[in-house]
Design a protein around this ligand. Structure first.
Ligand SMILES: [Zn+2]
Length: 321
């Protein structure tokens, strides 16, 4: 009998739900706004509505659904199924999400943080298929990571492991205050939003620098994103090329340490920033080799994630695979 898993990806802006066959086919999906700023009750209701709507619109027998996998932003407790207090879900404080969803839909339910879930999805259906020891990174607004050892997510004692985005690279760095309260985390040095922030600051300080970056963003500095930088860099813009290469260098320094610690079989990089492709990956590979003592590092593939748009739904579903 064909089996399915229901995946629920709760984000600060939208909640995406989908039914995925164990073979990895997204059979149906439904996305709703999370309405996070309206507080816990309203946003939780949106989650329920999305799942109800998804089930209603699908012809799949509820009995064929193995369970409901939920991924949400951390901090959360994957063992107890509790979402603690994610900054982008205001009002969510110690919410027993697994027991709430299990009661409502009478299905086995599991919870995982979004980076771990995305990493697992890459192992099951994506770029890390066939690998057992995987370091997964998602670089977008922040930097999330997943450590997968022997095909399983490494959770640590309290379920809080794998926060390598907050490894300190430059503890007294200027302009390197991280959202977490620490200074010099790799997230605060090389995530998409921090990279753009620092670039804009540099431009403000040195208005004489010749660059098409602002024009590429339609003339408005606050519309500059990593995608803008990619576009300008492909046209040969020197500042855009320098900025991306600096970001790659920093990520490489950090990944060199990660290879020292984990000796992974493969490193998979996802998130919006990974779309920069070789502009970024070339520099990452170069830089990590001069920051590792692992003599096999040159043979460790550093590849782009395969799952893109629906990675959150696949990630949530992967918790059940
Ligand atoms: Zn941090």
């Amino acid at each position: 009998m064909k089996k399915y898993v229901l995946g629920v990806d709760i984000g600060g802006t939208k909640t995406a739900t989908g039914i995925i066959s164990t073979g990895g086919r997204l059979e149906r999906k439904l996305v709703v706004p999370t309405l996070a700023d309206m507080g816990l009750d309203r946003s939780l209701d949106q989650v329920y509505r999305a799942v109800e709507g998804l089930l209603k619109g699908s012809r799949i027998d509820m009995k064929k659904i193995e369970g409901i996998g939920v991924c949400a932003p951390g901090p959360l407790d994957p063992f107890k199924g509790i979402v603690h207090n994610p900054p982008n879900l205001p009002g969510w404080k110690d919410v027993p999400l697994v027991s709430l969803i299990r009661k409502k839909f009478r299905k086995r339910t599991k919870l995982e943080n979004d980076a771990n879930a995305a990493g697992m999805a890459e192992v099951i259906w994506g770029a890390a298929r066939g690998y057992k020891h995987v370091f997964y990174v998602t670089v977008s607004t922040g930097i999330g990571t997943a450590i997968i050892i022997n095909g399983r997510i490494f959770h640590g004692k309290n379920g809080m492991a794998g926060e390598a985005g907050h490894a300190t690279i430059n503890y007294d760095g200027e302009d390197a205050e991280c959202n977490c309260g620490n200074t010099g985390c790799i997230e605060a040095l090389a995530s998409g939003s921090y990279t753009v922030k620092r670039l804009l600051k540099k431009l403000k300080k040195n208005p004489g620098i010749k660059t098409d970056i602002i024009d590429t963003a339609g003339g408005e500095a606050d519309k500059v994103t990593m995608a803008t930088l990619g576009k300008a860099a492909r046209k040969g813009d020197k500042l855009a090329l320098e900025t991306i290469s600096e970001q790659g260098r920093l990520l490489g320094i950090w990944l060199g340490s990660m290879i020292n610690i984990l000796d992974p079989e493969i490193i998979v990089i996802g998130g919006g920033v990974s779309l920069l492709g070789n502009l970024l990956f070339g520099e990452i590979r170069r830089s990590l080799l001069s920051h590792t003592i692992n003599i096999y590092a040159a043979k460790t593939p550093v590849v782009r994630a395969k799952l893109k748009k629906d990675v959150g739904i696949f990630g949530a579903a992967s918790i059940f695979m």
